[in-house]
Unconditional design. Structure first.
Length: 211
């Protein structure tokens, strides 16, 4: 291969090597076939609970499946094309259970303030960090209204260490690698090459929808 051909190959493969680029990830969903996680869903953002000096939020514990967006895109369509989606596993008797997860006093103070503001992703991350301290009952608890604005589409999370089975089988792993090479890598290359041509249309579409 001469230098010209080598440079062209590098330029074509460059989008695959940049972690900030948009990329296809259908191979991840192949690995998730049959996998189940311990999941937690934020039912509402209207009430805090207090027991003594500790604050809590109620979440629903249930078994969940995980699905990645086929396209991960932090260039365009960022809201719907970055985070995995979690779905409650249906048909499981007694799947849902309410548990109370501790939150910090600072978080509780912001949530009760009329001018307070929180994103669901940040709130859910705090709940995830404290999930090992969750309790099924809070005797003598008192309820307090959440007055702050809590925005965002994310409403649930899973615990990766709870995955069952813990790892995908050899067959799924092999199929996933084939999918990555045959579908995700070529698709990622084509999509990133097309981004400069699609960007103006996406910009004007967002602009017109906002107005």
């Amino acid at each position: 291969m001469n230098r010209t051909m080598f440079r062209k190959a590098v330029l074509l493969l460059l989008p695959l090597l940049l972690p900030s680029c948009a990329y296809l990830q259908t191979h991840k969903n192949i690995k998730e076939i049959g996998a189940v996680y311990d999941g937690f869903e934020l039912d509402n953002t209207t009430t805090l609970y207090r027991q003594g000096n500790q604050w809590y939020m109620a979440v629903s514990k249930c078994k969940m499946t995980k699905e990645y967006p086929a396209l991960h895109d932090n260039v365009m369509f960022t809201e719907q094309n970055q985070d995995p989606r979690f779905e409650e596993l249906t048909g499981v008797e007694g799947n849902k259970q309410t548990v109370y997860v501790p939150v910090s006093s600072a978080t509780a103070q912001v949530l009760q303030h009329n001018n307070g503001y929180f994103t669901k992703s940040v709130l859910l991350q705090e709940l995830k960090d404290n999930i090992s301290l969750a309790r099924t009952t809070l005797p003598g608890k008192s309820a307090h209204s959440i007055c702050a604005a809590v925005e965002g589409k994310q409403t649930s999370f899973t615990i990766d260490s709870s995955r069952s089975p813990q790892k995908p089988g050899a067959a799924l792993t092999a199929v996933s690698w084939v999918d990555r090479v045959v579908i995700d890598w070529p698709g990622t290359l084509v999509y990133n090459v097309c981004i400069p041509f699609m960007a103006p249309f996406a910009f004007f579409s967002d602009f017109l929808s906002d107005n």
